[in-house]
Write a protein that binds this ligand. Structure first.
Ligand code: RP5
Length: 173
């Protein structure tokens, strides 16, 4: 993507990539420029501080941060930047059952919010990031509207299919 990135996607390890690339894919679908890299809160703390400190001046509007286990990356980045941070809890190889990551990202102290999505829900993080970008970008907002319209249509198609399969049962609905 050659345009100036407005969404920063970061993750604690390359082992998070299978999940985190889902955020990149949906942002690409909405034509939202993004960047994607590894920033580890524990293994590269100074890189994390540098990334979070410079994110705003580099033109990013929102950061998506994913991590597993003792997942400190989203919260620590949020403590440094004034950009909105979306946290993606990842059920990683070192995770007990995913709850460690969920609680590490979700249970932030007052003053430092992280918008936490569901376990492994990087796609939703991408959609939420696009929605934030869409508040000041008409093309992105229109792309989101089209996406949500398609979601609705898919459900209505299933409603029709069910109606025809269970005609008597669904006659009144
Ligand atoms: C976390 O530890 C990373 O975000 C990853 O989810 C997990 C395991 O990392 P690796 O040992 O696979 O590099 O910091």
């Amino acid at each position: 993507m050659d345009k100036q990135p407005v969404v920063g996607i970061i993750m604690g390890s390359d082992s998070d990539l299978t999940i985190m690339q889902q955020a990149a894919e949906i942002l690409k679908q909405f034509n939202v420029p993004y960047e994607l890299t590894i920033v580890s809160a524990h293994r590269t703390p100074l890189r994390m501080i540098d990334y979070a400190t410079k994110a705003h001046e580099r033109g990013l509007k929102v950061i998506i941060a994913g991590a597993g286990g003792a997942a400190h990356l989203p919260g620590m980045v949020a403590s440094i930047t004034t950009l909105p941070v979306i946290g993606v809890p990842i059920k990683s190889s070192n995770s007990i059952d995913g709850w460690d990551s969920i609680l590490s990202i979700l249970q932030m102290p007052n003053g430092i919010p992280v918008a936490t999505v569901a376990l492994n829900a990087a796609k939703n993080a991408g959609i939420l990031a696009a929605e934030i970008v869409g508040t000041s970008n008409k093309e992105t907002s229109a792309a989101l509207y089209a996406y949500k319209t398609l979601l609705q249509e898919a459900v209505f198609e299933k409603v029709d299919l069910l109606k025809s399969s269970f005609k008597n049962f669904y006659d009144k609905h």
